[in-house]
Design a protein around this ligand. Sequence first.
Ligand SMILES: [Zn+2]
Length: 250
Amino acid sequence: MDFSLDFIEIIKKSQKVVILTGAGVSRESGLDTFRDAGGYWSKYNPYELASPQGFRANPLLVWQWYQARKIIASQAEPNPGHNAIAEMENYFPEFYLFTQNVDRLHHRAGSKKVHELHGTIFESHCFDCGLPYPQDFEIGETLATIPRCPECNGYVRPSVVWFGESLPYEALSMAYQKSQSCDLFLTIGTSSEVYPAANLPHQAIYGGAYVMEINPNETSFTRDSNLSIRQKSGEILPEILRIIKEIKVK
Ligand SMILES: [Zn+2]
């Protein structure tokens, strides 16, 4: 792709960069939240598997799903889009990556400045009191295999944000603040329909940033973006990285 001189100029001038990533980036690594594991879990309603009510009703089912997702995510590999994002953080004085993905692929690609807006499937905490539960464990066929909180005896749960729950306050307020004050904002592989993350590119526009969208499909944000590239992130981000490397000093 040939980038416009305007875009190259924007990259040259940008000091503060914010990137927001969503499910599309993980999908290019073969991960698809509710269709994983050969479709076995697609017979369940997402609310049964990913809400506090669903966990209360059937914690074993919820844990078995998360355990399957952990295995699938561990076997997946970061794609060229993850890798390009990880390298980009070296070229800007300020760089923040906010992700809605819970699979840790950004970390595995080498990103150090990642903030997980929806938590991660690789950590756990107490459902009742919130105490982190750092030990490893394996879920079997019975309720007794779900670990209990050492403080209050509540069930341990995955540290992800479920339907009906708030996003972690610190990560979210930082995301708002950095979006409002950045020069360049990239929204990548996100449908722009899940709030409050979908607000972030709008915050960047209000703050005067140049906002670029990368998504194979049109989204509700497309018309508001300064530039929308309908391509897979794994194809276009390495090209953007190449331009950054040509004009920026590490
Ligand atoms: Zn507890």
